[in-house]
Design a protein around this ligand. Structure first.
Ligand SMILES: [Zn+2]
Length: 376
């Protein structure tokens, strides 16, 4: 395991390959931003806006996939107020056991800014069965959730003949997940190659108990379906100079977003602006940490380091303190939800802990073998 020489990105992030000078792809991208011709990029954006407006057959120019969180609120307001488009917001609703009160209020706040919004709620029983299956099979209860999150929006766009979808961040560029790179930095039509979507594969889900017609919202449209619908998926983050977790958080708080008041160690998040609608993401970041050696705090500090707002040393201290931490409360909540004990939770997770990176102290307690910022 190596760390980027400039930020704190480890080379264990899936689908990410460092340059020969030891710099991660996200830092290279950030460095390249200073040479970007923003007027050029603006023309590119204007062409996409014209495409949406010219292909408006339904009354809506575009769809924005939203959670009600910091990124979606900022995007929605930008599309309406700056791009002067008529968007339809599409939100995937979590089942009652998963969604937080804060999440519900944030969606309401968003709608109150003057948007039409459709919420898609997959059946809660199947949702829970799939979370259990993903956890049991891959120690990843979000495998099905991410499928539903990313598939339901293009499915809806095709059904309602809305030609354009805006997502926020292009993780190929902004996080370095290069496998999903499209024809240009704003092109998201390759999104199904994202690590968490695995090409839209649902074969692991289908069984005697779960048939395809029970999981329609989890099925990513095929490339042919997307082409036939002339559907264009585009990343808005590509057109913003100052896209970051913190900037989007500050912007959206000023427009009514409610953030978390947990302590940083309870959620592995020093600012409390992510995963506002869902408590289960919290322990999932801890699982990611034990699989790959980094969690949410690394994502934050990397942006702050690249933006010159934090030194690498300050970042190391934050990552050492909080990355991969999670309150037992959230672990217990999830274990109860999928009907296992906390011990069974740890026994499952124990099988997925990366033994090259961590030494087992006892069940549920793991010590990193690596030094943050240095590596193994
Ligand atoms: Zn880097």
């Amino acid at each position: 395991m190596k760390f980027c020489k400039s930020c704190l990105q480890p080379d264990t992030r899936p689908n990410s390959v460092f340059h020969s000078d030891g710099i991660c792809p996200a830092c290279k991208y950030h460095e390249s931003l200073k040479d970007v011709d923003w007027e050029d990029r603006k023309s590119e954006l204007e062409a996409i806006v014209s495409f949406g407006k010219a292909n408006n057959h339904s009354g809506y120019d575009c769809i924005i996939g939203v959670s009600g969180g910091k990124d979606s609120l900022r995007q929605a307001l930008f599309v309406k107020e700056t791009l002067k488009m008529k968007p339809l917001l599409v939100s995937l609703g979590y089942p009652p056991e998963q969604v937080t009160q804060r999440g519900v209020e944030n969606i309401s706040n968003m709608i109150s800014h003057g948007f039409d919004c459709v919420t898609i709620n997959p059946a809660p029983g199947i949702w829970r069965d799939l979370k259990r299956k993903g956890f049991r099979q891959y120690t990843n209860s979000f495998r099905s959730t991410e499928l539903a999150l990313f598939s339901s929006v293009p499915k809806f766009a095709i059904a309602y003949q809305i030609p354009l979808i805006w997502w926020g961040e292009n993780s190929a560029l902004q996080l370095g997940e290069t496998a999903i790179l499209g024809k240009s930095g704003s092109d998201g039509n390759n999104l199904r190659k994202m690590n968490t979507l695995n090409g839209g594969d649902i074969t692991w889900i289908i069984s005697e108990e779960i048939k395809k017609n029970q999981i329609l919202q989890y099925c990513y449209p095929s490339p042919e379906e997307m082409e036939q619908a002339n559907l264009r998926i585009t990343f808005l983050g590509y057109f913003w100079k100052d896209w970051s977790l913190v900037n989007n958080g500050i912007f959206s708080m000023l427009r009514g977003l409610e953030i978390r008041d947990d302590k940083p160690w309870e959620i592995g998040d020093p600012y409390g602006v992510t995963a506002l609608d869902d408590d289960f993401v919290t322990f999932n970041q801890m699982i990611k940490y034990l699989k790959y050696g980094f969690g949410r705090v690394t994502d934050y500090v990397n942006e702050e380091i690249r933006n010159g707002l934090m030194t690498r040393e300050e970042g190391i201290s934050l990552v050492q303190k909080y990355d991969g931490t999670c309150s037992p409360y959230y672990i217990e909540k999830f274990a109860n939800y999928i009907g296992i004990t906390v011990r069974e939770f740890w026994e499952q997770l124990d099988q997925s802990v990366n033994r090259d990176l961590f030494e087992k102290v006892s069940l549920g307690e793991y010590k990193p073998k690596f030094t943050v910022g240095v590596g193994l």
